[in-house]
Design a protein around this ligand. Structure first.
Ligand code: NAP
Length: 287
């Protein structure tokens, strides 16, 4: 298929590379020049990348970035034709997704929200899980591209339901990790060896994919970014915004947001979100 891939960050670059590897004709664009993908052509603007594409795939930071790529100066909108599909793997606001989809459909194209889970390692290995929202037949048409970049597509419902499920999932990930970070800090303060604590977690019903993935990094205090803290912070704000719109009280994630505020203030925005542990440890005096 002819694909325009927009956004070559930690996730987007390996996703686009996997599309090339699977034999698709890929045109890439990134806001900052200099990021390229071997085997893909580089376009000067989103509109240019999308000009001959059947599918436009985005993976950029946040809601404002998606709006800019689609509808900004030289945005994708200028190149939309009936029959095209726009797919968004960024994690953004479900409410804005509905507006963006409406504007895209006004041009005769279709829109699928398809945020991902699996992190950098899943993007590189072509093992992402797509959390999709949109029409069944449009999602079916995208199947060759999903297969090139991931191992599973979970269809959550109509437009926006992919983003809605994704932010709910990230609420859980953020809270599971904070539980681990606080438990680890308490145990260490009480004199328990951290590796033995991780052994307890893995042997018991506390076990989680989040801890399995993060523990080896955390035990070395390696906070190099797989999922940057600033992006998880953005997702926590998406959760809190949605909760406010719905009149929901979600006190746990509110408390976690405070830890993220402090982590950003302490200079950890570009570290992995695992670095919230550094703040908890600083408060505990166990750095
Ligand atoms: P990243 O490495 O920070 O890359 C962000 C990308 O967005 C870059 O290409 C950046 O361009 C572009 N961008 C930022 N602001 C823009 C704007 N205003 N206009 C156009 N482009 C803009 O982030 P990432 O880790 O790849 O994450 C991308 C998305 O996937 C995010 O929504 C994130 O929440 C989600 N996600 C990430 C992970 C993960 O583990 N990393 C997992 C699941 C989901 P420049 O190069 O010019 O800065």
């Amino acid at each position: 298929m002819k694909v325009a891939f927009l956004g070559l960050g930690i996730m987007g670059r390996p996703m686009a590379a996997n599309l090339v590897k699977a034999g698709h004709e890929v045109s890439v664009w990134n806001r900052t020049h200099g990021k390229t993908v071997e085997g893909a052509t580089s376009a000067a603007t989103p509109a240019h990348a999308a000009r001959n594409a059947e599918v436009v795939w985005m993976c950029v930071s946040d809601t404002a970035a998606v709006e800019n790529v689609l509808f900004g100066e030289s945005g994708v909108e200028q190149s939309l034709r009936p029959g095209m599909i726009v797919a968004d793997s960024s994690t953004i606001s479900p409410a804005s997704t509905l507006e963006f989809a409406k504007r895209v459909r006004a041009k005769g194209a279709d829109y699928v929200d398809s945020p991902v889970t699996g992190s950098k390692i899943g993007a590189e290995a072509g093992q992402l899980i797509f959390i999709a929202g949109g029409a069944e037949d449009t999602i079916t048409r995208l199947q060759p591209l999903f297969s090139a970049m991931g191992k599973q597509v979970l269809h959550m419902g109509d437009t926006g339901k992919g983003q809605s499920a994704k932010i709910a999932a990230n609420l859980m990930i953020a809270m599971i990790y904070e539980g681990f970070a606080e438990g680890l800090t308490l145990a260490q303060k009480l004199g328990v060896d951290p590796e033995r604590l991780v052994g307890l977690v893995q042997a018991s019903m506390i076990r989680s994919g989040v801890v399995d993935y993060k523990a080896p990094f955390v035990l070395k205090r390696d906070y190099s970014p797989n999922f940057p803290l600033r992006l998880m912070h953005k997702d926590i704000h998406l959760v809190l915004d949605a909760a406010q719109q719905l009149g929901l009280k979600l006190p746990g994630i509110g408390a976690v947001e405070h830890v993220y505020e402090e982590s950003v203030r302490a200079g950890h925005a570009d570290d992995d979100y695992a670095a919230t542990l550094a703040v908890i440890e600083k408060w505990a005096g166990t750095e």
